[in-house]
Design a protein. Sequence first.
Length: 278
Amino acid sequence: MRHSRTSVVASAPPVAPTGAGGGLLPAKDLAAAWFLVVLIAVPAWVLTIGQARDMGVEPGTMGMALPLFLLLWVTMMAAMMLPSMAPVAITWVRGIGRQSSGWVRTARTVEFIAGYLLVWTAFGLLAYVALALTGNLVDDHPTAGRWIGSVAFLLAGLYQLGPLKYVCLRHCRDPLSHLVRYSGFRGPVRDLRVGLHHGAYCVGCCAGLMVVLVPLGVMNVAAMAGLAVVIFLEKLSPRGVLLGRFVGVVFLVLAVLAPFQDWLLPGLQDSMPSMDGM
C-alpha cells in the first residue's frame, strides 16, 4: 500500500508553491510562469479599468444585457483571481506540458482554463440576477438601498467567518492532496474536470468577498483592486486565514454602519436620497 501511494504521488504534477505545505517549483520555471501570469493579468486589468471608466458606478446591472455582463464579469475574474490561483494553475499546466506536446498540450491547457472560468461564469449568472433584483428594488424604493447594503455586508461577514469559507480556503492554500487526487482523473475531459473542481473551490473561497460588490458597485475599480489584494493574501500569505477572519469582522462592522453612511454604498447611492434630505 505504501508503494502504491508513493507511485501515485510521483506521477502527480509537482506541488503548487502555495500554503504552508506547498513546495516550490524550480526558480527558472517559476519566474517564467509568473511572467506569463502578468502578461495575462495586466491586459485583463486594463480592459476592466477602461470599461469601468466608461460606465461608472451605478446600481444594478447598469443596463447591461446578460451576454455583455458575463463577458465583463469573466474579464474581471481573470484580472482579480489569476494571480492568486496561479500556483495551482502553473503546477497543473506544467504537468500537462510534461505529458503532451504541440496542439494536444494547447488543447488540454485551454480545457483546464475553460473549466475554471466556466464555474465563475455560472457564479456570474447568480450575480446578474442579484444585481438586477437589487437594482429594481432600489429604483422602486430608494431608501431600501441602505438596508440592502447592510444585509450584503452582513452576509459577506458571516460567510467570511463560517466553516465553508475555510474548507475552500484550505484547499486553495495547500492543494497537495487535491493535486494527487487530480492525477487520478481519467477520460477525455480530464483537464476540464480539474478546472471545474478547482474553480468550485475558488468560488467557495471568494463568494463572500464578491457579495460586497452589490453595495460597493460591480464596476468599482478601487473595490475590485482591494478585493484582489485580500484574495491574494488570503491564499498565499502565511497569515491568510487570520486575514480572512479579520475581513469578516470588518464586514460585520460595515453592516452596522451602512444604513447611516452613504459613502459605504456607492453601488446603490444613485438611487438613494441623501441622509440630509430625509
